[in-house]
Design a binder for this molecule. Sequence first.
Ligand code: RB5
Length: 142
Amino acid sequence: MIAIGCDHGGYDLKQEIMAHLEERGLEYKDYGCYSDESVDYPVYAKAVGNAIVSGECERGILICGTGVGISISANKIKGIRAALCGDCFTAQETRAHNNSNIVAIGARVTGTGLALKIVDTFLDTPFSNEERHIRRIKQIED
Ligand code: RB5
């Protein structure tokens, strides 16, 4: 199950991403927000982050205007590794090297077509499981 959340700046892109996940037959849970009315992004970062650390969802997608505020917020939660991605290379590397569990996207920065490819890359790339990457992730946790 994929957790998805956004603030008002990411609302329209979240709708596009959810339609894309449906087309791919992927299950998701929408943690809001539910309109483009102004809201506070930490609320949605917390909801999606908690869904992952509780085990309810495996991966998360967070969207705000730049992707910065919502990724900073999510990374305050122990066990969350949120990666702000504006390109597919970063999305692939952060899965393989950092075992990131949330991809953050800036809707005012990244166009819809690229955002969907970033989401696909993030969801489809496994963690490398290489010893050096496991060691570094453990150091982050410690
Ligand atoms: C909201 O206007 C905007 O500040 C927010 O979406 C995000 O870009 C913050 O980092």
